[in-house]
Design a protein around this ligand. Structure first.
Ligand code: SAM
Length: 424
């Protein structure tokens, strides 16, 4: 994993994957190969362009000969058409279906926001170091690829909030069966990275079965797959209640059928039945008002010798900690839009991540499952909230994320530190 050279190589690889193609290589593989040059041509033209200019830009980008771009065929209806241009029109149609090009004005092709995001998504197989600190590193890569370079059994906690199935974001949308299959493959990879007493923690949100107010059992299916297919143990569950969460538009707001679901789950899996956890690592939970009053009465009692003459042993009644025993509920509103991270993203013209969790969530999971100096890995790091909290808690972090803009924005969480080094 390294540096700008690596990035140039990566970009060269992207280019060479498509150069050398010609219009005679007709078919889906050629159309796939020109997806990125098509989006890039629109970006280079400022976001919109006429088809004729796109044909020229792609031919020049792919260094195609005049012969490769002028070949013609006759259609069934007897019309002559240019093969190369028709391939690009097909590729554009595919890009419209993927949401990368807007289905807008006739005669003008326009890159959508999702299309812009696609251009900053790394290709499968590449891993590029984007920034590093003494105790942390962030790589631009898919989780599947990052897993191949992390030392087996070196990670004490893998903690992530993956894209939820059925939710459309810039980084794509995936339906339940594919999602379950994807997570099953990743869980097997992550198991190998975990220390024997380590924990895999995954934050998931309920979703409805399409078109109905009935819950999808995908969380249950994933849980069973992690146990049955990956051989992990269900070590625990934490629940994150966000009082600021909005209700589902259809079933809560419009139809008033389902109460607002303000709770997300964090499922915790482990390789052994008793992973290395310690609830003393959790942030203190204040005593409830009643028990606080009770404790104060106990404190007063401690200063007295009982009527029987028995002198109470103060140690037996002393408060054992600064709070009550922690429970499994995390109460925290969604991540703030006015924090330093969001402000720096706005100033730099970068998108603030739309699905961040608040720092309280990783703080709780890291505190419960790891000790200082141990490694926490967030394979789908987004804005790298996990990495920031891990450093604050004197842990080491590894982060991977396929969208470059999110990683660049996440660097704003760390770039004030003297040991921060950027490779971009
Ligand atoms: C819900 S967000 C994580 C947000 C993060 N917890 C935070 O606080 O900023 C999920 C992230 O997974 C990333 N992602 C999608 N596919 C991925 C893959 N194959 N490998 C790694 N990350 C992926 C998305 O780009 C997105 O940033």
């Amino acid at each position: 994993m390294n540096s700008p050279t690596r990035r140039r190589k990566h970009e060269a690889k992207r280019e060479s994957a498509v150069s050398g193609a010609s219009a005679t290589q007709i078919g889906p593989s050629f159309q796939n190969a020109i997806q990125l040059p098509l989006l890039k041509a629109l970006e280079d033209a400022g976001g919109s362009s006429r088809p004729a200019d796109v044909y020229k830009a792609i031919a020049s980008k792919m260094a195609l000969s005049a012969e490769a771009t002028t070949g013609e065929r006759t259609s069934a209806s007897g019309e002559r058409y240019n093969i190369f241009q028709q391939q690009i029109r097909w590729a554009r149609q595919t890009a419209v279906l993927k949401g990368h090009i807007s289905n807008g004005a006739r005669g003008i092709w326009t890159l959508s926001q999702a299309g812009r995001a696609e251009l900053t998504k790394i290709r499968r197989g590449s891993i590029v170091l984007v920034y590093a600190l003494e105790n942390g590193m962030a790589v631009w890569s898919h989780a599947e690829d990052a897993a191949t370079v992390i030392e087996p059994r070196s990670v004490s906690l893998i903690f992530l909030s993956p894209p939820y199935p059925g939710v459309r974001r810039h980084y794509g949308s995936i339906q339940v069966p594919e999602w379950l299959d994807w997570m099953k493959r990743l869980t097997l990879l992550w198991k190998d990275l975990l220390a024997d007493n380590g924990t895999l923690a995954i934050n998931l949100m309920d979703r409805f079965e399409p078109g109905t107010p009935s819950y999808s059992p995908y969380i249950e299916r994933f849980t069973l797959s992690a146990i049955d297919d990956a051989g992990l143990h269900l070590a625990g569950r934490q629940f994150w209640h966000s009082p600021t969460k909005l209700g589902n538009i259809q079933w809560t707001v419009k139809e008033r059928h389902q109460p607002k679901n303000t709770v997300e789950q964090i499922l915790l899996f482990s390789k052994t039945k008793r992973p290395a956890w310690d609830i003393r690592g959790l942030p203190p939970t204040p005593y409830a008002k009643r028990s606080d009053a009770q404790l104060q009465r106990d404190d007063t009692r401690l200063n007295t010798v009982r009527p029987s003459g028995y002198d109470l042993n103060p140690a037996a009644f002393a408060r054992r900690s600064t709070g009550s025993l922690p429970g499994n509920l995390i109460v925290a509103g969604g991540a703030s839009g006015s924090d330093k991270y969001s402000r720096r993203c706005r100033e730099a013209g970068l998108p603030a991540h739309p699905a961040r969790f608040p720092a309280e969530v990783p703080r709780r999971i890291i505190g419960l499952t790891t000790l200082e100096g141990q490694t926490v890995y967030d394979p789908m790091a987004g804005s790298n909230t996990t990495g920031q909290v891990a450093l604050e808690m004197d842990r080491r972090f590894i982060a991977s994320e396929p969208m470059l803009d999110y990683l660049k924005g996440s660097a704003f969480r760390f770039d004030h530190r003297p040991d921060f080094e950027s490779y971009f």
